[in-house]
Design a protein around this ligand. Structure first.
Ligand SMILES: NC(=O)c1ccc[n+]([C@@H]2O[C@H](COP(=O)([O-])OP(=O)(O)OC[C@H]3O[C@@H](n4cnc5c(N)ncnc54)[C@H](O)[C@@H]3O)[C@@H](O)[C@H]2O)c1
Length: 398
């Protein structure tokens, strides 16, 4: 089995996959669609981060691809539907860098409240600007968190530990942690918060979520942070509110159009403004998080390759299979239609194969059944199962 890992994935992933007997090729940068189509032709596992787009065309060019690992949180860069249609499992690391993002948010809130980046720049230019003007403690200030998922809710806990008052707004019902208060609308949050930080996911409806209207509703001299998705914020509108002084500071880690590779030039209308912190999408980029992501996603790919386990797959039905089959394991992804399990088992019975254990799971219009059999297993049986109209993908282990 071969794995191709792109975008500088942590070496821990290579170590884990190699340990499981998988041959690994690493490449540093992201690939565009044409390059990816060439590269994935005969690999079984693909690892990417956020820059490589795994399109339907790329998936169609990779008939042997059984799994894709997104060594990051988001999976928008992968056509999940097309992957599911082909029985290709997709995994990600939803929690590995949560804490890293939260720590950067806290650091930036304090840095903006104390004008640290401006003071630092002046000191490097030889200017001793000792003044308390415009510098604030964060204790007692009101933080408004938009999106109360993994990151938003953990930020809530750490911010309260600093003495901040926390409000949040989420489109889904979420349990308020500690003393945080849920707002019924974004407007309610914007009316009260002195610092607004965005932690929503990348669903299509969130493009342009925060523009001129929302900035206008923020309290005068408040702070703004976006460490979630670049497409969510209108940077021109933010620039106007920063220049007018309505917004006192901003921290941006994500951009709608980010350079592909480290070292590529970066241009933004927010460059050169005072009390604006720009970082190159490093919110989740700590050595701790990268190592954990490498370990977590490679573990999921390895378990899927070696045992058929799909636990925490974002697009296939989830089956927790035992470590490895004693003799032979049949992994069958199929259309979830009435009678399909009886059909599969009927074929096994017709060929005189005894079922030793079997686990089925379904998700929307797909089913996935993992069957340990005692054999004998022949090519004719394999051909028969592969040719069933319900079959999406068939794989054997053992
Ligand atoms: N800067 C980085 O390096 C970095 C690192 C990790 C994650 N992220 C990004 O941070 C974001 C949050 O990550 P997470 O793990 O907390 O995700 P999550 O899925 O756990 O949480 C997202 C939350 O946002 C809510 N939401 C979605 N749309 C909303 C809207 N319009 N208004 C209010 N709430 C809305 C959802 O209901 C959910 O609770 C993601 O977009 C992720 O890609 C960035």
């Amino acid at each position: 089995m071969r794995a191709l890992l792109l975008e500088n994935i942590h070496p821990e992933a290579t170590r884990l996959l190699t340990e499981r007997g998988i041959e690994v090729e690493n490449r540093k940068g992201a690939l565009d669609e044409a390059e990816l189509i060439e590269a994935v032709r005969d690999v079984q596992l693909l690892g990417i981060r956020s820059k490589t787009h795994v399109t339907r065309a790329a998936l169609e060019a990779a008939p042997d691809l059984i799994g894709v690992g997104a060594f990051c949180i988001g999976t928008n860069q992968i056509d999940l539907g097309a992957a599911a249609e082909r029985g290709t499992a997709v995994f990600n690391a939803p929690f590995s860098n949560t804490r890293s993002v939260v720590e950067l948010v806290i650091a930036e809130i304090i840095a903006m409240a104390r004008h640290l980046t401006d003071k630092n720049a002046l000191m490097h230019a030889g200017v001793w600007d000792k003044s308390a003007k415009g510098a604030h403690e964060v204790r007692g200030r009101t933080l408004g968190i938009v999106g109360y998922g993994n990151i938003g809710s953990q930020l809530s806990v750490v911010a309260e530990a600093l003495g901040m008052r926390v409000l949040f707004y989420d489109v889904a019902d979420k349990l308020a942690l500690g003393n945080a208060r849920r707002c019924d609308s974004l407007d309610e949050l914007l009316r009260e918060a002195e610092t607004v930080t965005l932690h929503v996911d990348g669903r299509a409806g969130n493009a342009g979520l925060f523009g001129a209207e929302e900035f206008a509703k923020m309290r005068p001299r408040s702070l703004f942070l976006n460490l979630c998705r670049g497409i969510v914020v209108d940077h021109e509108a933010l620039r106007e509110h920063l220049v007018s002084g309505h917004i006192a500071g901003a921290a941006l880690d994500v951009f709608a159009d980010e350079p592909k590779t480290a070292g590529d030039p970066f241009v933004s209308s927010l460059q050169g403004l005072p009390n604006v912190i720009l970082t190159p999408h490093v919110g989740g980029s700590t050595e701790e998080a990268q190592e954990d992501i490498g370990r977590f996603v490679a573990g999921k790919l390895g378990d899927y390759a070696r045992a058929g386990t799909t636990t925490m797959s974002v697009n296939l039905p989830q089956v927790q299979a035992s470590d490895g089959p004693e003799r032979c394991r049949v992994l069958h992804v199929h259309h979830n239609v009435p009678g399909v399990l009886a059909t599969v088992n009927g074929v096994l019975a017709d060929f005189g194969v005894n079922i030793e254990s079997q686990t089925l799971s379904t998700r929307a219009d797909l089913g996935y059944v993992v069957t340990d059999i005692g054999g004998p297993f022949t090519d004719a049986l394999l051909d028969k199962l592969a040719s069933l109209p319900e079959t999406v993908r068939l794989r054997l282990i053992g």
